[in-house]
Design a protein around this ligand. Sequence first.
Ligand code: SF4
Length: 165
Amino acid sequence: MRIFGLVQDSIVDGPGFRFSCFVQGCPHHCPGCHNPDSHDPAGGREMTVDEVAKELLKNPLTDGLTLSGGDPFAQPEDCLALAKIAHKHKLNVWAYSGWTFEYLRDQGTQAQRALLEEIDVLIDGPFILEQRTLALPWRGSRNQRVIDVPASLAAGEAVIIPDER
Ligand code: SF4
């Protein structure tokens, strides 16, 4: 898989200590994107899923895996394999995507849908510069939602996880 960067002990990409896997490649090109160098699918560096998983499992204090980018749903097969390894080791899995939950569920490829079904929490939608905020946890613009994916798939509609006060 193509990787933009790996971060141990992140506290900004979800709750607890997280291993953040920033994948390389994003088709959304949101104006104001914080990681423009991650857009080119040919950029970054090549790593095997096993190599990334080895980094993921290095720190016993890690609470979960966050798939970010780039867009993890642009490399759904490899991200699915990594998410499965995380779950096997009792780590929760969060993911960011510029596609919405409804798009991935209804119009995504089979591989994207399979990845969606392996995610615990999805932060969805593109970064919209006009809706930029620093006030909301985990996301960069107000349109983005923190979605409980298993509950949403069961309910047939996006189930939003409320912000803690
Ligand atoms: S989806 Fe994320 S990585 Fe992709 S262009 Fe938008 S903000 Fe940047």
